[in-house]
Ligand binder design. Structure first.
Ligand SMILES: Cc1cc2nc3c(=O)[nH]c(=O)nc-3n(C[C@H](O)[C@H](O)[C@H](O)COP(=O)(O)OP(=O)(O)OC[C@H]3O[C@@H](n4cnc5c(N)ncnc54)[C@H](O)[C@@H]3O)c2cc1C
Ligand SMILES: *[C@@H]1O[C@H](CO)[C@@H](O)[C@H](O)[C@H]1NC(C)=O
Length: 441
């Protein structure tokens, strides 16, 4: 679902320039790195806060899992990463990278079309080195508070913690790049809490070994749900995949004789049974929730930004809160898109707006634009939690590129994406990683 009226607002890059900003960037994943590069290119001063000791965010594989496998315990120590050990990208390498720093620049890589997470991390390390970003990153430093200064409204306080020491610093702009694949969304069904088996969210899934010989119910048939199901099926006794999209009533699947597809879970019983909406019953050992993640900005203390049902609002073009922008911005919220390219275009637009090379519409116009987006979703019956889904439509990316005078998504990337989507959508998402460039059509 592309945002509404893509032609609204000023488009041409003009020649106004403002003094450089002091910018705090929160996070050194894809978004934080792209932001640092774009901001520096526009002459801004940048500090990147990164709570871990590595750059790469999601792509820095972390074998640790949280103490509560459903991540509901408020006192747990949070692990940022959600990758499992075997994960390969779900975009082919031809369209995984940035438009002006493609993934395929380097040779002697893994020959597979869908690279493993190690190679993606290596790519991000090279990107950071190439653009001199590492020296701007403060590793091991967690941002615990971002707040507009009471006295001087155009200053932002960033409170950070390094080891045991807290530090308050003032900035003129803050770019939030903390990612949104860390706080699990857990499936809700009657009897969940009293169900005696083990329950785990994919956030805390790393390897299939603990599922050996067990009867497993997997909830959710997104990319993680399908891939993890296949991986587990190789060792588990049975895998039962439950999804809201499934219209099939108990079908045995082609992918091994120990996999079944079911409708949504209706409820679970204290005797260990899991009862599906279509009446089927499975006596399972473990339920694996592959049900996605929640947006969360625990450090943001300034009011005016709401997060509900997967919607961060109000945000103009998924980035600027009309009341607080352009000095507060959010990168990387949209999904179902060419993530790296999108983030990079967003970062460049933010950098240009801050330097005065691109201008935002008035607060009222931005609010009206967001309201119109929400309203058109409502009229089409699209649920709130799809607010930031781009459904692989590229207009938004082209719109962003246009704001900074760049060429949008190029023709060859469009072709690859189209061919790849055609390859599995409505057909066989279980085999999406069989796509090869020779399938271009
Ligand atoms: C299982 C899985 C598979 C995926 N597969 C793909 C794929 O194939 N292709 C694709 O394009 N995308 C994929 N993604 C999406 C992926 O999240 C993006 O590619 C990208 O990593 C998003 O980057 P980001 O910078 O927005 O967030 P992240 O990578 O999450 O980085 C956020 C960073 O912020 C830091 N941070 C957070 N809070 C604070 C704080 N308070 N203070 C300081 N630092 C903080 C974190 O430590 C982290 O380093 C996948 C995601 C998951 C979970
Ligand atoms: C954004 O920052 C600039 C430069 O510090 C300042 O002049 C402007 O007032 C700020 N805008 C808002 C809405 O705070």
């Amino acid at each position: 679902m592309p945002p509404t009226d893509l032609t609204a607002g000023p488009t041409a890059v003009d020649h106004l320039t403002a003094p450089p900003h002091n910018v705090a960037v929160i996070g050194a994943g894809v978004a934080g790195l792209a932001a640092a590069r774009a901001l520096k290119a526009e002459g801004h001063r940048v500090v990147v806060y990164e709570k871990s000791d590595r750059l790469g965010g999601t792509w820095a594989y972390d074998p640790r899992v949280e103490s509560d496998p459903l991540s509901l315990d408020p006192n747990r120590e949070i692990v940022h990463g959600s990758l499992y050990q075997s994960l390969r990208s779900n975009l082919p390498r031809q369209i995984l990278g940035f438009s002006d720093y493609p993934f395929s620049t380097k040779t002697n890589r893994d020959p597979r079309t869908f690279p493993g997470h190690q190679e993606v991390l290596q790519f991000l390390n090279e990107f950071a080195a190439e653009f001199g970003l590492v020296e701007s990153i403060r590793f091991g430093t967690e941002v615990v508070r971002v707040e507009r200064d009471d006295l001087e409204n155009d200053r932002w306080v960033v409170e950070s913690r390094h080891q045991e020491t807290n530090l308050n610093e003032l900035f003129t702009a803050v770019v939030i790049c903390n990612g949104h694949h860390t706080v699990p969304k857990v499936a809700d069904f009657r009897g969940r809490e009293k169900w005696p088996g083990k329950q785990i969210h994919s956030h805390n899934y790393r390897v299939p070994d603990p599922f050996e010989d067990l009867i497993v119910v997997v909830i959710g048939d997104g990319p993680s749900g399908t891939e993890i199901s296949l991986e587990i099926a190789a060792v588990a006794k049975q895998v039962h995949l439950s999804s809201r999209s499934s219209e099939v009533r108990v079908s045995k699947m082609d992918y091994g004789d120990n996999m079944w597809q079911h409708s949504k879970i209706d409820h679970a019983n204290e005797n260990g049974e899991v009862v599906f909406e279509d009446g089927d019953v499975v006596h399972a050992d473990i339920i694996l929730h592959c049900t996605g993640f929640l947006y969360s900005f625990p450090f943001l203390k300034t009011e005016g930004i709401s997060v509900e049902e997967g919607r961060v609002g109000y945000l103009y073009k998924h980035i600027f809160p009309p009341k607080l922008g352009p000095n507060l911005s959010f990168l990387g919220l949209p999904y179902m898109t060419l993530v790296f390219q999108m983030i990079d275009f967003q970062a460049k637009w933010v950098a240009h707006v801050l330097s005065g090379k691109a201008r935002l519409p008035s607060e009222e116009e931005m609010e009206a634009d967001v309201r119109q987006h929400y309203q058109s979703m409502e009229e089409k019956g699209i649920p709130k939690y799809h607010t930031h889904s781009l459904h692989f439509e590229l207009d938004y990316l082209d719109w962003l590129a246009n704001q900074v005078g760049a060429k949008g998504v190029d023709e060859s990337a469009r072709l690859v994406l189209k061919s790849y989507l055609k390859f599995f959508i409505g057909r066989d998402k279980w085999r999406q990683k069989d796509w090869e460039p020779t399938n271009l059509m």
